[in-house]
Design a protein around this ligand. Structure first.
Ligand code: P6P
Length: 344
């Protein structure tokens, strides 16, 4: 590449997409750019987390009853401030906040809702395991006054998403997103401080040869889950038998599945009576990753229902998630429908 040539920046990519939408006002581009700025700020702190006193616990619990690490708090605050600063938000929903957030007084408001997990996988922070920020972008659909929202604006099924994506703070920092016309991946070049297009038009290989699940939950899973995984891992089942990879950080496990194919699953389990439908949240984890998976040619299901079709009932609703290559997820659905069983 000749001097001065750096490839396509994410902003150039956004502007070219904006140009293709005749009626685009630039509001969406502005909003995404604020998310990108938030990610760069979070990335800076994540990269030095091992050095700064920012590690450790705030001593507070979030709505999930999970001890909140300082970086979670910091990431939540950065994303919230930057998005309200965009002037195009009417409400925000965060894993770290019990209820949706209104536009603060003094800020311009707009017609977008962003639901996000500011720092997913945060329990891995101390072990330097890759973690991420996940976001889902919806358009206001109620006729409430400017800057106001009602529940129908927040509780929208996944197929209503305008865009979805994640930032992965790992060996390199990446941004992966879709607006419904394919999936693009960008890698942060720290020397220029910008995300450059590194993975154009991502397609999920199918079939893959990796399955990803927390096998420690084995005794708490329903029979269909066990029969499906036995099929994948036994030489008498899938040919050749699959490998198991499990990071325990959703964005990492999903990103590998997106690029290499295979299946990630966090099914319902009976380990925690308070979480009978699994651990992952529909609106700001499963639905945005489902949008990306489908745009990359994959499938995202509860095992019995398309994730993107679920009509949400609560902001922090949890659902089972089986997401990955078309072949593996549709096979899983056969097991959950009882059409395949123990000896398959
Ligand atoms: P388990 C991280 O805490 C998280 O929310 C996701 O990032 C990850 O996929 C899941 O929990 C891991 O849960 O029960 O396997 O530790």
């Amino acid at each position: 590449m000749s001097a001065g040539e750096i490839g396509t920046t994410v902003t150039q990519h956004l502007l070219s997409q904006q140009a293709e939408h005749g009626g685009a006002t630039g509001a969406f581009t502005r909003l995404i750019n604020e998310l990108i700025l938030a990610a760069k700020i979070i990335n800076r702190e994540v990269n030095k987390a091992g050095l700064a006193e920012i590690l450790g616990l705030t001593g507070n619990d979030n709505v999930q009853g999970e001890q909140v690490r300082k970086l979670d708090d910091f990431a939540n605050d950065v994303v919230t401030r930057r998005l309200f600063h965009s002037g195009h938000i009417c409400a925000l929903g965060s894993e770290e906040e019990p209820v949706p957030m209104n536009v603060p007084d003094g800020y311009r408001s707009g017609n977008y809702i962003v639901l996000f997990d500011p720092l997913d996988g945060s329990s891995n922070i101390d072990a330097n395991i890759p973690i991420g920020t996940i976001f889902s972008i919806l358009r206001k659909r109620s006729d409430t006054p400017a800057g106001k929202y009602d529940e129908s604006d927040i509780l929208q099924p996944g197929y209503m998403q305008v865009a979805a994506g994640y930032f992965l703070y790992g060996s390199s920092t990446m941004m992966v997103y879709t607006t419904g016309t394919g999936v693009s991946g960008f890698t942060l070049d720290p020397s220029i401080g910008d995300f450059l297009l590194s993975h154009p038009n991502i397609k999920m290989p199918s079939p893959g040869n990796i399955f990803s699940a927390n096998m420690g939950n084995w005794d708490y899973w329903e029979p269909a889950t066990k029969h499906y995984l036995n099929h994948l891992r036994s030489p008498m089942g899938a040919k050749p038998a699959y490998s198991l990879r499990y990071v325990g950080s959703l964005v990492s496990d999903f990103h590998r599945t997106l690029l290499y194919g295979g299946v990630f699953l966090y099914p319902a389990d009976s380990r925690d009576p308070k979480k009978p439908t699994g651990k992952l949240r529909l609106l700001y984890e499963c639905a945005p990753l489902a949008f990306i998976a489908e745009q990359a040619g994959g499938v995202a299901s509860t095992g019995r229902e398309r994730i993107m079709d679920i009509e949400p009932e609560k902001l922090h609703q949890r659902v089972p998630l089986i997401i990955g290559s078309r072949e593996e997820v549709t096979l899983a659905e056969q097991f959950y429908a009882g059409r395949l069983g123990e000896k398959t």
